[in-house]
Design a protein around this ligand. Structure first.
Ligand SMILES: [Zn+2]
Length: 130
């Protein structure tokens, strides 16, 4: 490949080109569902960690149980263009990634008031007896 003449000082910057476009598109579709269900930046306004952790775990568990898409029994009765209020109908892992992205965003923005994880002092002396 011929070396381009242009200069770009991007050393040390995050290589965003390495992200999977396929995965990002699926995640964006989940965000689109959320934007319709709530409003586009609802998640960014903040949700308690516990709620987001629970949602991520539910989606991972569903996928682990070999269910690919977030579709409920009731969804089959939905009209095609009707929005299901409980199911995104998108990939469970894309839903889980959304939730993990929210948590990472909250932590990076230091939205500590949302952090309702188990208090640190309750984690002491938790060695299990064999
Ligand atoms: Zn549904």
């Amino acid at each position: 490949m011929k070396k381009p003449k242009g200069i770009k000082y991007d050393g040390g910057k995050a290589p965003l080109n390495l992200l999977s476009n396929y995965a990002m598109e699926e995640v964006a579709k989940v965000l689109q569902y959320g934007a319709t269900k709530y409003h586009p930046w609802n998640w960014a306004e903040g949700i308690h960690y516990s709620r987001v952790i629970s949602a991520a775990r539910r989606h991972i568990a569903e996928w682990e149980n070999r269910k690919t898409y977030d579709i409920g029994e009731d969804c089959n009765g939905c009209k095609k263009k009707q929005l299901c209020k409980t199911h995104s109908k998108r990939h469970h892992l894309a839903n889980a990634i959304c939730n993990l992205m929210f948590l990472l965003d909250y932590e990076l923005r230091e939205l500590n008031h949302l952090d309702d994880r188990r208090p640190e002092h309750t984690l002491k002396n938790t060695k299990r007896k064999k």
